[in-house]
Write a protein that binds this ligand. Structure first.
Ligand SMILES: *Cc1c(COP(=O)(O)O)cnc(C)c1O
Length: 395
């Protein structure tokens, strides 16, 4: 099918939650994509920070094909070998001793919210209230749009769930003032993604950790976007030298195969008991085999170091561009999670970049977002920066 044929069927049969799009990609390899009309693109968005090893990475493709020929699904009524191997590998490289596998970011966050509430209920001190940040994003289920600190995701879906409130991000005093005897957890992204690639002050996360310890509140990091090497460490919180009590990941975990996960300390894991939480698909053999292969590549020698190096090179080049274009208000990010704040809507610039063969995206109204496959080279970065230079020059 060509682009027009795909669009015609979409417009007739797909519920219109995504609106009009420019094209359909039909093939990918590494950092390259091809659309239904045969045009080639350089991908600097990775399907919203998902395809971190690049499209159709041979190790992941091999793992998917082998597992698909062996066993795809059994349910969690039985032990699952790829699942326990994935959990062991995650536990070896994270603060979290125990893991629960979900299907996506929102269901990983649902698991975290349920665990925090049930943990305190089990302790005999119910504290169901959760503090989250303004401008945050935690997913599209009812609990996670409630946790999300942006009204636009909630409008029309009221009533929201009780027990959530929001305070300004990157502000420890605001969190401290909002804690009550009912507060059981603080839920934060270590860098806000959808909210505009907002990097907090480097003292913020350590201070929040101390606050949680002194006030007896669980700390949940939503690393659905920042996790799995995106910022140049396996988890973004490693940069801050602290760990949460509960972490969630999803996006890049399976390099495109849908899988989410929630990890926590041994102590907090005691909040769940058999029968208290479950999923049909979560952690199935196919998804876990893909995630295991993905994680093994991420953890290979020098991989994350290269992410930090390419990310720093990219940010420096963008800062150079900012010096020449008044339209650029700010360049921020970590590793290969990069935002460029503009003095105008990002949407039209994203469209012009796409026309010029570069895939990127927006994060909020005025921020251009780059989340390339982590394998991109300095040459790829040079091409993106010179294209942005030209696009901003003509705008
Ligand atoms: C994308 C995202 C989610 C939601 O993940 P889904 O897989 O779309 O449910 C949650 N939190 C953060 C920080 C995200 O970036």
């Amino acid at each position: 099918m060509n682009t027009q044929e795909i669009k015609a069927l979409n417009d007739k049969y797909i519920i219109n939650t995504y609106g009009e799009r420019k094209l359909a990609f039909v093939r990918g390899l590494g950092s390259r994509l091809w659309d239904a009309d045969g045009k080639e693109y350089l991908d600097f968005f990775a399907g919203i920070a998902v395809v971190s090893l690049g499209h159709c990475h041979p190790a992941v493709t091999e793992a998917i094909c082998t597992q698909a020929r062996t066993l795809v699904h059994t349910s969690n009524l039985y032990y699952i070998e790829p699942q326990v191997r994935l959990a062991e590998l995650l536990a070896t490289h994270a603060f979290a001793d125990r893991w629960f596998f979900a299907n996506c970011g929102a269901t990983a966050n649902e698991s975290a919210i349920k665990l925090a509430r049930r943990y305190w209920a089990q302790q005999g001190t119910p504290k169901p209230h959760i503090l989250a940040a303004e401008n945050s994003f935690h997913g599209r289920t009812l609990a996670t749009i409630t946790a999300t600190g942006q009204k636009k995701y909630q409008a029309g879906f009221e009533p929201m769930m009780p027990g959530f409130s929001h305070v300004p991000y990157d502000n420890v005093a605001a969190l401290e003032a909002a804690i009550t005897p009912e507060t059981g957890a603080i839920l934060l992204e270590p860098i806000q993604g959808e909210g505009g690639v907002r990097v907090p002050d480097e003292l913020y996360l350590p201070a929040v950790r101390r606050l949680c310890d002194t006030r007896g509140v669980l700390l949940i990091f939503d690393e659905v976007q920042t996790g799995m090497g995106r910022t140049g460490k396996l988890f973004c919180h490693e940069h801050a030298g602290i760990a949460p009590d509960i972490v969630t990941v999803a996006k890049a975990l399976g390099n495109g195969v849908p899988i989410g996960a929630m990890g926590c300390t041994e102590k907090v894991a005691s909040g769940f008991a058999p029968g208290t939480h479950a999923t049909t698909f979560g952690g199935n053999p196919l998804c876990c085999a893909a995630a295991l292969a993905t994680l093994n590549v991420l953890l290979a020698n020098g991989f994350l170091e290269a992410v930090r190096d390419t990310g720093a090179y990219f940010m420096e080049a963008l800062a150079g561009l900012a010096a020449r274009h008044a339209a650029i208000k700010d360049v921020r990010g970590k590793g290969l999670m990069v935002g460029v704040e503009l003095d105008k809507p990002a949407g039209p610039i994203v469209g012009k970049m796409l026309d010029a063969g570069i895939v990127c995206g927006p994060a909020g109204p005025n921020v251009l977002r780059f989340a390339p496959p982590l394998i991109v080279t300095r040459n790829d970065v040079d091409r993106v920066v010179s294209t942005l230079d030209a696009v901003l020059g003509e705008a």
